[in-house]
Structures are given as structure tokens and as C-alpha cells.
Design a protein around this ligand. Structure first.
Ligand SMILES: [Zn+2]
Length: 321
């Protein structure tokens, strides 16, 4: 079975304040419940992560930035909810940042398990607007760079490629990994969206608003394999934002649910065909049914790649795979 990482603590509720932001703070639980409801997982099948450790945060984030997160004003700016500036920073930390630290631990765990199993999925994470010294766009911790740096420091990976297909540019990820010669990013993003100032990237693929599924998928089918073959990474971290969805209020791409499921399966298949481990994180998705779009993509991947784990029979050990 493909490891799926989830913790009930991923979900964010701030006594109704979360309604001031289009973000669905219960998206993670809805995806978890959908996978169970659709018969693909039982409640005990999900793997619970640990909260990211301070030394892992410090691999990427500057001490000044981490210190600044004790300010309500700074947090209100990063989270794009100005009313939060009136609340104590410790409260915001408890209700918003603590779930994000747990999800960051989930991204690290997904990368570790991807190296063992070929594929792993964190039902959260993908905070790709957070860099080493700044956060923005509801992203506080640079979970993807943190996970890449942890595994690289342990000598478990030499080259890491981030495949970022969220509709927004992964400016924070791009800035954080820019100094590392061993990490690169291929990023397909709608050019006219936030962030206004795009970060330099190894393989930027800006696309226009209004693209429909077939045109979008042709671009992904051309760009991602080309970069996979050029970089030949030991690990792909797939930032699988569902916001190219036509109903997403923050973007103007026109993909249908089935287009996004096809995209997720395509990316997983491209990595598996090359025997490159892939860790998937969710990133953005702001429509009411974004959870369903993510669940469809995950279910497409499970449908193709979930295998019954080899079990030991009375006759002896199962053949190695
Ligand atoms: Zn996005």
C-alpha cells in the first residue's frame, strides 16, 4: 500500500476566523474521509507524522524569521487575514502554526517513505510561498525545502527535483532552494497571478489564464519528462495544488476534475517509469470542492500503483519485488 500520511491535527479552525480566507481548513479531513468512504483505506491505514523538529526548521529558516513569527502583525500578513493582528500571537501559533508544523513533519515523513516505497502522499503541506527568510500567501514554513534539506544532510539523496503544478508560482520554494546546486524546480504556473514578482527558477513554465485541460496537460506532458531526464533526481517532491480547477476562485485556469486526476496520475507515472521515488504534497485549492479534486487525484494514483503488500505464506517468504 502507498503510505498516506495524515493527522487529525492538520485541520485548522480558528473559531470562524478561517472563513475570512478562501482556504478550507478542514480540507485534509475531508480527503481522509473520502478515501475511507470510497473504500480505499481504513482509518488505521493512515500514518501519523511527528511535528517538525526545531533543528529541521533551522536548516532552511533564518533565526530572525522564526523569531518574527512571535508577532501577530507578521502572522496576519503571512496568513492574509488582517483581523488576526488583533489576536495574541500565541493563540495564532496554537490554532494555525502548530497544524502547519505537524504538516511539515508530514512532508518530511512522506519523503522518507517515498524512498522506501517508491510513492508516498502527505494529505497536507506544499507551503510553496514560504522561503528561508519570509512567508506569504498563507505559507509559514517551507516544508518542501526543509524535507529536501533534511534528507540531503543525512546523505539519503543527492539530487532533488520539485515538480510544482500549483497554479501559483512556487516563489518561496524557488527562493529557498536557489543556493543549493543539488536541488531544482520545474514550475508550471499561471503567469498573471500572485506573486506579482516571480522568483528565478531552473525550469519555469509560465502559462496564460484560460487554458483548458487538454492544452494544460500537453504542456505538463512535454515539460515534466524533459526535466526529469535532464536532472535525473533521487527524489521528486510533487507540489500537487488543485487550484488549476475551473471552479477555483483564485485562479483562471479551466481544468475539470478529471483533468486534474489525470495530471496527478501522469506525474506519478512519469516518476515510476523512471524508478524515481515521488512524495506528493497537496498545496493550494480554494474551491468548496477542492478536497474532492485532491481525492480524485490520489484515488487515480492508488488505482494504478497501490499494490497489496507481499505477505509471508506458510510455504515461505513472498518473492521480493
Ligand atoms: Zn496556488
Amino acid at each position: 500500500m502507498i503510505p498516506i500520511i495524515y493527522h487529525p491535527g492538520y485541520n485548522i479552525t480558528v473559531f470562524g476566523l478561517e472563513r475570512l480566507h478562501p482556504f478550507d481548513g478542514l480540507k485534509y479531513r475531508r480527503i481522509h474521509d473520502a478515501l475511507i468512504g470510497d473504500g480505499l483505506r481504513r482509518p488505521g491505514d493512515f500514518i501519523r507524522p511527528e511535528t517538525v523538529r526545531a533543528d529541521d526548521l533551522a536548516r532552511v529558516h533564518t533565526p530572525e524569521y522564526l523569531q518574527s513569527l512571535k508577532s501577530s502583525k507578521v502572522l496576519a500578513d503571512i496568513l492574509n487575514v488582517s483581523l488576526l493582528a488583533r489576536l495574541p500571537a500565541a493563540f495564532i501559533d496554537w490554532r494555525v502554526l502548530r497544524p502547519m508544523r505537524l504538516a511539515t513533519g508530514g512532508t518530511i515523513l512522506a519523503c522518507r517513505l517515498a524512498l522506501e516505497h517508491g510513492l508516498a502522499i502527505n494529505l497536507a503541506g506544499g507551503y510553496h510561498h514560504a522561503a528561508d527568510a519570509w512567508g506569504d500567501g498563507f505559507c509559514v514554513y517551507a516544508d518542501t525545502p526543509i524535507a529536501a534539506a533534511s534528507l540531503h544532510a543525512e546523505g539519503r539523496v543527492e539530487r532533488v527535483l520539485v515538480v510544482d503544478l500549483d497554479a501559483h508560482q512556487g516563489n518561496g520554494t524557488a527562493a529557498a532552494i536557489r543556493p543549493w546546486p543539488w536541488a531544482s524546480i520545474v514550475d508550471v504556473y499561471e503567469d498573471d497571478l500572485f506573486p506579482a514578482f516571480k522568483q528565478p527558477e531552473d525550469f519555469p513554465v509560465p502559462i496564460p489564464a484560460g487554458l483548458e485541460g487538454p492544452e494544460y496537460l500537453r504542456i505538463v506532458e512535454e515539460a515534466v519528462p524533459r526535466v526529469l531526464d535532464q536532472v535525473d533526481p533521487d527524489l521528486v517532491i510533487y507540489n500537487a495544488g488543485s487550484d488549476p480547477y475551473f471552479a477555483d476562485p483564485l485562479t483562471r485556469l479551466r481544468l475539470k476534475r478529471e483533468d486534474l486526476a489525470r495530471r496527478d496520475l501522469l506525474v506519478a507515472t512519469m516518476a515510476r517509469e523512471r524508478s524515481i521515488p515521488l512524495a506528493m504534497v497537496l498545496s493550494g485549492g480554494y474551491a468548496r470542492d477542492s478536497w474532492r479534486v485532491h481525492a480524485d487525484g490520489i484515488e487515480a494514483i492508488l488505482g494504478r500503483f497501490d499494490q497489496i503488500e507481499p505477505t509471508r505464506s506458510a510455504e515461505g517468504p513472498a518473492p521480493a519485488r
